[in-house]
Structures are given as structure tokens and as C-alpha cells.
Design a protein around this ligand. Sequence first.
Ligand code: CTP
Length: 408
Amino acid sequence: MSLVTDRRRVVLGVAGGIAAYKACELLRRLTESGHQVRVIPTESALNFVGAATFEALSGQPVHTGVFTDVPEVAHVRLGQQAELVVIAPATADLLARAAHGRADDLLTATLLTARCPVLLVPAMHTEMWLHPATRDNVALLRSRGIVVLEPAAGRLTGVDTGPGRLPEPVEIAELARLLLERPDALPQDLAGRRVVVSAGGTREPLDPVRFLGNRSSGRQGYALARVAAQRGAQVTLVSAHTADLVPPASVRMVTVGTAAELREVMVAESKQADAVVMAAAVADFRPESLVGHKIKKTESGPPTITLATNPDILVELVGLRPGGQLVVGFAAETGDESGDVLHHGRAKLARKGCDLLVVNAVGDGVAFEQPDNGGWLLAADGGETELANGSKALLASRVWDAVAARLG
Ligand code: CTP
């Protein structure tokens, strides 16, 4: 799989925190996507990573002040030409300087001349993140349309844990791509909302070493959870088996194995939710009985495995739906002699009774295990929107648009 998408001009700002070392991996990911990346560290960032590292990885010169390349007026040129500015890590000091329009180094001066989407990725100690001064600065920046990510919770420098960790570079790169695809993809329109998203594929055990599973990677469900969290929602991600994915920052994760476990968790977690999204690929059938030992080859030929039908979780959630809650389903379809993908999608929306159904075509290397996705968003109120092919985060942002509009 090629990582190359298209060549865009990206400014990567790096402020002076220990997470500055992770900016190197982010830089690699951005350049591997084909972008031309100009790194602008602050003076203090260079205490953590040397300019030579950023120059070698980006293939571009690296300066911190406005008094280098004076005839070029670098802060104006870089800001005006940028199609995206990402600052990772953004320290409490950087957020404060950005919020108040300071221009005391090349990075903050560039921020004032940039008219493109700006993505700030905070990393700091929990106390600094939760301090009223930082909260106010974040609110002010967001009110101006700047995207300030929610940090991840977890181990910080030293022994303390809590919100303040830099989200993983792969996650930042995914959200950077999203803003390049769609600059208005991350408004704070889900603030105060609770959402539950299921992801991945269930595994139905046959014996201690074998199971019935499916090819779902979980990428679409993780993208839905990630985008919802960054649009302000309180997110629970119920994760069945997935590929090796990075847990989304600022999301509560519950892991499950079988359809029965997924059902139990979804029913419990959905009670308080404003929106529930069933992106998981649920096995429709399970082996009727679990054999307690490894099934052996015998002279008498292969064993007969009797299957039992699993409950339809989506239909059950629709039946239990409290007033005002939205339930969203997914349908991966292939066309057949009885109709095309859209025809099967419409029939499934009616059959399942959910409010929204995302329909996508699968098979022949489309959708499953791929970074991109597209299709249609069908609504019980009659709306049908085509979802242009793009990243799974882009598709997620369209789904949350429809949810936010209906939640009012
Ligand atoms: N789903 C579910 N429980 C099941 C099967 C599916 O909750 N036992 C949900 C999926 O999470 C998805 C939607 O229903 O949101 C549609 O899944 P799909 O597998 O396409 O539906 P099926 O009912 O299995 O239809 P088909 O006959 O096409 O397999």
C-alpha cells in the first residue's frame, strides 16, 4: 500500500516540550504522504530535538526567528503559502502566545499570517492542561476556528498520569489529512454529547484455538470514535477484534470478543447515549457449542459444525432506543442479481429500523482493511447523501454532521 496521497504545503510547528521527539515521526508520516513540510521549531524545542534532525527529515531549512532570510520575509511567505499548519506538541506557553496573537518568534508570527486550517496538538502536564488560564486560551482559540485537539490520557513524563499526553503521531497524521480533505471537519458541535461506537469484528470460538471471524479491521469505527472525541463528544468505543490500531485519544475503550459480549456491553452503554453507532462487523452465526479441547483430525472425515444464530444487536438497540437517541448502522454490501448496493442498503435501513445507515460497497479490495472509504448515507427521514471516497475520518466527519444536525 502506498502512503502517498497528494503534495500539499504543510508547516509543522514544534514547541518546547518533551513530546517534541514524537514530532520526528509525525514529520516522517507527513513527508511519506507526499507533502512538502517546513518545520518551524521554537527556540526551546531545539533543547529536545536538534535542527539538523528536522532539516534531514524534511529536506528543508529550519529556523526559529524572523531575522534569518530577512529579504524572504519568511514568516509572511510560509504562513501565506501553507495549506495546513500543525503544531505538535503545542505547550501551554505556545497556546497562550497563540491565543493572544503574540509574534515573538517565527512560529507565532507564521500563525498570524496563515489563513489555512490550523491544528494545535497540546501536550503538557495535567495540571497545566486543566489550569483555568489554559482552559480559557483553548476556548478562545477554538472560538476562532482553530482546531485544538484533546490530548490523550496516560503516562506523562515521570510517574504522573492523566490527560496531557500527545496523541500518537499516526493519529495526528490522520487528523491532519482530514483537515486537508475538509478544513471544517472538526467543529465542536458534539460538545456535551455522549456517544457509543462499536468497532472491529467479533470472533466466535469453536474450540480453544479456532474461531469464526471476519475481515473487519476496525479502522472505520476507530475513525468515528476519534472524530467524535475531537468534536467534543464523550465517547465510549466498544472494540471487538481489530488490526493493530492506536486507541483514539480522549476516548473510553471497552474491549469485547464475541457477539454476545458486544451485545451485553452495547445494551448497557447505550442507555445514557445521545447517539449509538454500530460500525462493528458482527458474526451472524456462532458455533452452537464450544468444544472444550482442540478438535482433532479423525479417520471418519471432517466434523460437522452446527451453527446458531446470533442476536441482531442493531435491531435490539433500535427497540431499546430512549427518546431522542439516534441509532446509526453500517451496511457493507455487494450488488447481486436482485439489486445494486444502494437497493440493498435501502432495504436494510427499512429492515433494521435505524435512523441512519452508512452503505458501502465491499469486495475486490474495496473498503475492508483499506484506509479509504465511500458510499451513501441513508436516513430514515428520506435523506440520501453520497459520501465521496476519502479517508475513513472524512466519512466519519460526514456521519457526525448528520448526527449533530438531527440532535439539534
Ligand atoms: N449487526 C448487528 N448484529 C448482527 C449483525 C449485524 O448489530 N448480528 C449490525 C452491524 O453492526 C451493522 C448492521 O447491523 O451496523 C448491518 O450489518 P450487516 O452484516 O450488513 O447486516 P446483516 O443483518 O447481517 O445483513 P446481511 O443479510 O446482509 O448479512
